[in-house]
Design a binder for this molecule. Structure first.
Ligand SMILES: *Cc1c(COP(=O)(O)O)cnc(C)c1O
Length: 381
């Protein structure tokens, strides 16, 4: 048996050790974490729906009707009317014929790749894709290759020699960088080669596009050009879970073959009821997206004025690349001392040499809170 403690100690010495912080409050800008009051700039709750009164009430009503747990997998008797209605509403909202709920985004990505490709097939992925897409591709058993970030030309070269059924996977909004995949060009290239394209829109769904329909709406790309669309419900929608949208035949294939769909307990129906309330808010309250966009603009204007170096991200994810792990950890700790919670992101979550502070903005931040963050970042320069 190997010496686990020694490995852990090495991790610590390399500033790569990860630890959890304990939150004692709801997910919102003002939180109590590890016993101290902080302003949170690292949540994916971009629209402030995780603690929204209508979403919470829908959850409570869902528990009263359906109880706490679903009791079984979807294919046994855990598939409730709440789940089913949410799937239909998501299909209507995204413009795809059908959708399928998964318990988490990670499982959706594993299930999709495993259901569509295997030995003798090919998976091609953007180098900066989320770990769940990478794992999905690797575990599928297909030949696995990455292309340089957003480099559609290089993808085109790889497509020329791709064997078997071929699946191209990309983040819609890159989770650690905040930039948006070049979906129109990716879609063209995949169509030309007659291969599957899946966009994982975990950070675009609910926030991008005039109606919050995500990165396809942002680019005005028709659903037909992206045969597989996936998004998570634990980010802008503020609840939990994920869905895949696509054709009738794709969804039926996933129901038959995606093991992370088949062999797991359905999420509590109350979560689906809460998510339906979130979706309703996304449809009826464009002011939430307007507030988020106004905060993103305010933050990047203030940062530029004070000489803080940002990337060209236009989304709620605003990284400050520091390079060195130790530097990123120290910067995050310094901010925490001033009551600002911003996580340091290190390898292997991001490539070596690109450790960073990952700042995320929410519609519920106030300008005063953003000013405080800018002041603290300016002092670090
Ligand atoms: C968060 C995330 C996932 C995983 O979703 P969970 O529901 O948290 O498991 C998948 N893809 C991307 C791009 C993500 O950011």
């Amino acid at each position: 048996m190997k010496d686990l403690q020694k490995e852990l100690d090495e991790r610590k010495a390399q500033h790569l050790y990860r630890r959890r912080r304990i939150s004692e409050s709801a997910q919102q800008p003002e939180m109590v974490i590890d016993g101290r009051a902080v302003i949170n700039f690292c949540s994916n709750d971009y629209l402030g729906l995780a603690n929204h009164v209508e979403v919470k009430n829908a959850f409570i009503e869902g528990v009263k009707k359906y109880g706490a747990g679903s009791g079984a997998a979807h294919l046994v008797n855990g598939h409730s009317k709440a789940h089913h209605e949410l799937e239909e509403e998501l299909a209507e909202f995204t413009g795809y014929p059908r959708t399928l709920l998964f318990s988490t985004g990670y499982m959706a990505n594993l299930g999709l790749a495993q259901a569509l490709v295997g030995k003798g097939d090919t998976v091609l992925e953007d180098r900066l894709n989320h770990a769940s897409l990478i794992d999905g591709g690797l575990l599928s058993g297909a030949r696995f290759q990455r292309y340089a970030h957003n480099d559609v030309e290089q993808l085109g070269e790889k497509l020329k020699t791709a064997k078997g059924e071929t699946l191209v996977l990309t983040d819609g909004v890159f989770s650690m960088d905040g930039d948006i995949a070049n979906i129109p060009v990716l879609a063209d290239s995949c169509k030309q080669h007659d291969v599957w394209l899946m966009v994982d829109d975990a950070h675009g769904f609910g926030v991008l596009g005039n109606n919050g329909r995500g990165s396809l709406e942002h680019f005005n790309v028709p659903q037909n050009d992206v045969p597989i669309y996936m998004a998570t419900l634990g980010k802008a929608l503020g609840t939990s879970g994920a869905f895949i949208a696509g054709s009738e035949a794709l969804i039926e294939t996933l129901i038959q073959k995606a093991r992370p769909y088949i062999y797991t307990t359905a999420t509590p129906p109350a979560v689906a009821e809460a998510t339906r309330a979130s979706l309703q808010l996304i449809k009826t309250k464009p002011e939430l997206r307007e507030q988020l966009n106004s905060n993103i603009q305010y933050f990047s204007q203030c940062a530029t004025q004070t000489g803080i170096e940002l990337t060209d991200s236009q989304t709620a994810i605003q990284p400050i690349i520091l390079g060195d792990e130790a530097r990123a950890v120290a910067a995050s700790e310094q901010l925490l001392e001033q009551g600002l919670l911003v996580t340091a992101i290190r390898p292997p979550t991001v490539p070596k040499g690109t450790a960073r502070l990952r700042i995320t903005l929410s519609a519920s931040h106030t300008k005063v809170q953003i000013d405080q963050l800018i002041d603290a970042l300016t002092k670090q320069q």
